[in-house]
Design a protein around this ligand. Structure first.
Ligand SMILES: NC(=O)c1ccc[n+]([C@@H]2O[C@H](COP(=O)([O-])OP(=O)(O)OC[C@H]3O[C@@H](n4cnc5c(N)ncnc54)[C@H](O)[C@@H]3O)[C@@H](O)[C@H]2O)c1
Length: 414
């Protein structure tokens, strides 16, 4: 199904980026928000991007004007009776999304697909507010949508395969890299990232390594930034919220370290508040190669946590695999649950998190037996956070050395 006309609901950070991506592909976009000034602000941002492309001679003035003209701002549902797809990117509240989907279901033509860009709400629940659950789906763009290549395409329980295929095809047309992920809390990328970020907090709380040492080790390992720089950039309150949500959904494997809640309580929220794990006096992110100053209040807070809730301490010196292993393990849990295909894990982590090497390619290099041994040794000290998935245990018992036994790895990640 070719998408000729698409509507985007919500002209905030995500909606404006998604509208821009659609317009770049020459697709007509209706961009709707609740107030005219919000849509105009989004349009100005898109215009600046097109102007800069003209300046860099990527586009001619006429081309930029034509593509920019593809976006029609609106605060009403006029024209929604003629769209093939709606991508909802309004605020992350189920009540608001429920109302939007009820309205869309009445106004949009019967063939139209209704997609949500939700980060964490249930696609199946959102679909239940319509009479077309087979045509409701998650299309999860990453921030900033203009530049991030990965899109998670998330069918709900009642989404048809035709709907999924149409959305995957659209993402390819938009020059994105779609990965189909079965609906689960955190979808794939956040589900894998958060156990790793959480473990970094535990290492810090224990005093086995400092924030800068952990960040540096992770960068050397092949992620574009370390967990503490990422906490500060994303917002510690946002991460705390996601961490607690995943804990409620998955249980003890995701038990949050205490530090995040304490930082939120003290209003150290990261770059946006001027301090998080690091000090951000200018409110600007430091460049990757610039030395970062630690938030001077971090050490007293760590002392407080060590007194009130002492944690087990590993006799092993810090190794980057301590924080990476929970991510490996969670990937294998996701494969075990058929949330994702083996071939898509590396693609998602490379394009969604900027990993220089595929996650499972690293597992394959180290060998499944090594992963299991390491997980078991940490499990003996720290408990549930490191409980190996039964698929990993079963594969090792079956004599499988790596994931190539399960499914051929695509050439791009071998
Ligand atoms: N920001 C991120 O990093 C990110 C990444 C992936 C997904 N998401 C998800 O994308 C969605 C949007 O996030 P955002 O960061 O762009 O939020 P945002 O706050 O920047 O923008 C939301 C916009 O929606 C508008 N809005 C609210 N109710 C509306 C309604 N009934 N009709 C039309 N517009 C309405 C608001 O006025 C606002 O302009 C959320 O579901 C969020 O979870 C966010």
């Amino acid at each position: 199904m070719k998408m000729q006309r698409v509507a985007v609901i919500g002209a905030g950070a995500m909606g404006s980026g998604i509208a821009q991506v659609l317009s770049q592909a020459g697709i007509e976009v209706l961009l709707k928000d609740v107030r005219e000034e919000y849509v105009q602000k989004a349009l100005s941002a898109v215009k600046r991007m097109y102007d800069s492309r003209v300046k860099k001679e990527v586009l001619t003035e006429a081309e930029a004007e034509y593509l920019f003209g593809m976006i029609k701002p609106t605060t009403t549902y006029d024209g929604f009776d003629d769209v093939d797809l709606v991508i909802e990117a309004a605020v992350e509240q189920i009540g608001i999304k429920a109302k939007i989907f009820e309205e869309l279901d009445k106004i949009c033509p019967p063939h139209a697909i209704l997609a949500t860009n939700t980060s964490a709400l249930s696609i199946s629940e959102i679909a239940s507010y319509t009479k077309r659950p087979d045509r409701v789906i998650g299309i999860h763009f990453f921030n900033p949508a203009q530049t991030m290549k990965l899109v998670e395409v998330i069918p709900g329980l009642r989404t048809s395969s035709e709907t999924s295929t149409a959305c995957v095809e659209l993402c390819r047309e938009l020059q994105k890299i779609p990965v189909e992920v079965k609906e689960c809390p955190g979808f794939l990328v956040n589900r894998l990232l958060f156990p790793y970020m959480n473990e970094a907090l535990y290492v810090l709380q224990e005093g086995t390594a400092t924030a800068s040492e952990i960040d540096k080790a992770v960068e050397t390992f092949g992620l574009p930034m370390g967990p503490f720089a990422l906490f500060d950039m994303t917002g510690i309150d946002v991460c705390h919220h996601v961490n607690e949500f995943l804990y409620r959904q998955y249980g003890p494997r995701f038990k949050p370290a205490e530090l995040l809640a304490l930082l939120v309580e003290k209003e150290y929220l990261g770059q946006k508040s001027g301090a998080g794990f690091y000090a951000h006096a200018s409110g600007q992110p430091s460049r990757k190669d610039e030395p970062k100053d630690l938030n001077p209040q971090l050490l007293p807070l760590l002392d407080q946590i060590r007194k009130t809730s002492p944690t087990a301490r590993s006799p092993k010196p810090f190794s980057v695999y301590r924080v990476i292993l929970p991510m490996f393990n969670e990937a294998i849990y996701a494969i075990q649950e058929h949330v994702v295909e083996v071939k898509d894990v590396d693609v998602a982590m490379q394009w969604g998190c900027g990993m220089s090497k595929g996650l499972l390619s690293i597992v394959n290099e180290k060998g499944l037996q090594w992963c299991l041994n390491e997980l078991e040794s940490y499990h003996a000290i720290y408990g549930e956070r490191f409980r190996p998935s039964w698929l990993l245990t079963k594969m090792v018992k079956a004599g499988m050395r790596d994931f190539s036994y399960m499914e051929p790895m695509p050439a791009s990640v071998r």
